[in-house]
Design a protein around this ligand. Structure first.
Ligand code: DLZ
Length: 518
């Protein structure tokens, strides 16, 4: 039986389920660069260059191993621009008895696959993506019957199941979670290691030139492209992270610094999400470094929790709750995304820095995403679908399965608390405590209202006031609501007035209603 194995751009793993049983004598791998995938949202230029270059390298590696690979480039004549169209052409070329594919990461593509057997007149075998610790069926079994889900309980279950950082039945160190030790500000005396950017090779340079020409009007710069595009280089990046950054990762996990866009973060998420690295090997590397005494427990645990806990948890929720999940809007947020998310032109220094970092690197670290760009979108009541698209566009690691729950649930609380127990709303004081951004800002986080007041302060209290009917009884917000209730009514009136004036002004920086994203 001749099999055509379709490998998608985020399935670049040699141990992919769809490659199981591949017959080198008969079978063919198909990989396709298609316009639909490069433009269904207007991805950051670096994201496109990263994926296409990694795809080309992966195809070459399979070819060098002796597998027959049919690779369609974006500018190949006759390229139909879609997965379905390219599969139809490949079926005509190869006349396979069946198509095998690993289930995709996105609901959108999964729906597309439902049509393939009929459209292509070939049976299609869609295999589970077993590159995750927790299968979709296992997650559904865990979630079954719960009204809301909590990452912490899922994470403990996963620690028990995998034995990672376990001592028998007990968590190593006697606690499951060391988050409270991971909130230090970055002192001036500590300099994180340089990023370890990888110089683009000839293949990557060719892709970069093509992306620069074809996607010139997409957001983002290509100049500092430094991503690994092969498994070998991704493994080297992992090794480098474990020795140079992981020892400090825990302490400074939440820190933000003007001149340090990466602090001690791993920058491994793009590699994990396209399959150049596996979740298990990454967690095992962190655990081994801890057990060897090279890395403190708060660092190893904090890092492993992101992958074994959070990453698996959001994927489980995505597949469990889609497609309805994307439609909810618990806080009825309706404001359009301010233009400065694309231009970076805002007087709020923290936002300007996070957006500039994003433009340069197709990357911002977790706390910039959650507590700066995300916190602002939450407090300003940005329409969830607009900020979700922004996150999907701008980050090299963003795919719907991981971006949507993180933004819709964790950042925007648009699911009403299904995924997280409270909205991550914070005033300017939080940003000031965790960063060096505020010192050079025109706004002052210590000023609550009036001239120079940090907009995050106004918006924070205004957010609590405006959303009282939904959030007022949330036990995790009891303290801020008590503080609010003790405020003199004149003060709350001033806050609301000034917050509204600020929000009304936000739309004015946008060049025009239908203006394309840059
Ligand atoms: C994100 C992306 C881009 C930009 N381009 C391609 C492509 O040309 N070919 C491809 O196979 N995959 C691409 N991808 C990744 C897909 O969008 C991703 O595989 C699906 O969204 C399923 O998760």
């Amino acid at each position: 039986m001749k099999t055509l194995v379709l490998i998608l751009g985020d399935q670049l793993s040699r141990d992919l389920a769809s490659l199981d049983g591949f017959d080198r004598e008969r079978d063919v791998v198909l990989m396709v660069e298609v316009a639909d995938e490069t433009t269904y949202v207007r991805h950051h230029k670096q994201k496109i260059a990263f994926i296409l270059s990694a795809m080309r390298h992966f195809a070459a590696e399979l070819g060098a191993e002796g597998l027959a690979v049919d690779y369609v480039r974006l500018d190949d004549p006759g390229n139909t621009g879609s997965f379905t169209g390219e599969l139809a052409r490949a079926v005509a070329r190869h006349r396979p008895d069946r198509i095998v594919v690993t289930e995709p990461g996105e609901w959108r593509v999964r729906r597309m696959m439902d049509d393939w057997p009929l459209r292509l007149d070939v049976p299609v075998d869609i295999r589970d993506d077993d590159r995750f610790f927790c299968s979709r069926a296992e997650f559904n079994a865990w979630a079954g019957g719960r009204k809301s889900y909590r990452m912490e309980f899922f994470y403990r279950e996963m620690r028990r199941r995998t034995g990672l950082l376990m001592h028998g039945d007990e968590p190593v160190g006697g606690r499951w979670n060391f988050d409270s030790e991971n909130r230090k500000r970055l002192p001036a005396s500590i300099t994180p290691p340089p990023r370890g950017a990888i110089a683009p090779d000839a293949v990557t340079r060719e892709v970069i030139a093509m992306v620069a020409a074809r996607f010139a009007d997409h957001f983002g710069d290509l100049d500092e492209f430094g991503w690994a595009v092969t498994r070998r280089d991704a493994l080297a990046a992992l090794a480098r992270f474990v020795t140079e950054s992981l020892p400090f990762f825990g302490d400074y996990q939440d820190a933000m610094a003007r001149r340090e866009p990466f602090v001690f973060h791993a920058l491994l998420s793009p590699y994990l999400n396209v399959g150049l690295l596996g979740a298990r090997e990454v967690c095992v590397a962190a655990e081994q470094a801890f057990r060897a005494g090279d890395v403190p427990l708060n660092a190893a645990e904090g890092f492993i929790r992101q992958i074994l806990g959070w990453r698996e948890y959001v994927r489980g929720i995505y597949w469990l709750e889609m497609p309805g999940y994307a439609q909810t809007n618990a806080l009825s947020a309706q404001r359009p995304l301010p233009w400065f998310y694309w231009s970076g032109e805002t007087a709020m220094n923290c936002l300007a820095i996070a957006i500039a970092d994003t433009r340069r690197h197709a990357y911002a670290h977790h706390i910039q995403r959650l507590m700066v760009t995300g916190n602002f979108a939450l407090l300003a009541g940005i329409r969830p679908a607009e900020i979700e698209e922004w996150y999907l566009v701008v980050y090299a690691d963003a795919y719907d399965w991981v971006e949507l729950p993180n933004t819709h649930g964790m950042v925007m609380f648009a699911d009403g608390g299904l995924l997280a127990s409270k909205p991550y709303a914070a005033s300017g004081a939080y940003i000031d405590r965790m960063s060096d951004y505020c010192g050079s800002c025109v706004y002052d986080p210590r000023i609550k209202t009036g001239a120079g007041a940090c907009p995050f302060n106004l918006l924070y209290w205004n957010f609590l006031i405006e959303n009282r009917s939904v959030l007022g009884r949330n036990p995790r917000l009891a303290m801020p609501y008590r503080t609010l209730d003790r405020m003199p009514s004149q003060r709350t009136r001033t806050i609301v007035e000034e917050a509204r004036a600020f929000l009304d002004d936000l739309g004015r920086d946008k060049p025009g209603p239908q203006s394309a994203q840059p």
